[in-house]
Design a binder for this molecule. Structure first.
Ligand code: PEP
Ligand code: MN
Length: 242
């Protein structure tokens, strides 16, 4: 079902987590080739299980600083779960991501609203949060951040019907879009299955959202986190036209 699509300013792709230079260089090369500006570069990973990979942390930040020298035209999207993590990534990240699990971390929202000085802040809808709660969290950010600096990201809800346990909620995304927000759709966490990611990304593009966020890895099966939904770089390239 997936076709090729023109790149939009807020189309984002990259690995679930930054793992190594060897992993990231092919991702950055593809971003450069396609003309994609924002690349996922997650150094802090909120994980359900404490023994799962938690991100490279400070080592990852040093790696990103180094990669930035080679790829000055590319910009990084970094998730933060705490004030401390915000302070750690603030000079290397251009988009500050607030993930599903922290959508209602109100103290974090207030802190970011005060300290933000970046291209965008990206607020995901929590997987068990309502549209109204998502809007309320957006309001916390807009106490200090202009609406046009805010990106809302739909990443699916816990589902009683979906075979993978998550359903992308296009109604939520469309309503936010109609309210004048810049909305992007994350069909990677929204499907948890690489076989379906591009079909739902195609749907998101057809609905006119501001972009999609795709998880991809040079060797998807070796992805240390979210391997089930990782696209190959070839799949990403084929999805977008140049
Ligand atoms: C992510 O995008 O890296 C992520 C953890 O997603 P979510 O917060 O939607 O689970
Ligand atoms: Mn992930």
């Amino acid at each position: 079902m997936s076709k090729t699509h023109r790149i939009q300013h807020l189309d984002i792709f990259g690995p679930c987590a930054l793992e190594s230079r060897e992993q990231m260089v092919p991702v950055l090369e593809l971003a450069k080739k396609l003309g994609i500006t924002y690349v996922r570069a997650q150094v802090f990973k909120p994980r359900t299980n404490p023994d799962s990979f938690q991100g490279l942390g400070q080592e990852g930040i040093l790696l990103l600083q180094d990669l930035k020298q080679t790829y000055p035209e590319l910009k990084f999207v970094c998730e933060v779960c705490s004030e401390k993590q915000f302070e750690a990534v603030k000079s290397i990240a251009s988009i500050i991501q607030i993930g599903a699990r922290n959508m209602q971390n109100f103290e974090l929202l207030k802190y970011i609203a005060q300290k933000f000085d970046h291209d965008y802040v990206l607020l995901k809808r929590g997987f068990a949060n309502t549209y109204k709660e998502w809007m309320a969290s957006a309001s916390y950010l807009m106490k200090g951040i202009a609406k046009d600096k805010l990106i809302l990201c739909e990443r699916g809800s816990r589902s009683i019907s979906s075979p993978t346990g998550v359903s992308l909620d296009f109604m939520c995304a469309l309503k936010a879009h109609k309210e004048g927000f810049q909305v992007i759709v994350d069909p990677s966490h929204g499907t948890k299955d690489a076989d379906y990611v591009l079909d739902l990304a195609t749907a998101a593009k057809a609905m006119g959202f501001a972009g999609v966020m795709l998880e991809a890895h040079p060797e998807p099966a070796k992805s240390v986190s979210d391997a089930v939904q990782a696209l190959s770089l070839e799949q990403v390239q084929n999805f977008f036209t140049e």
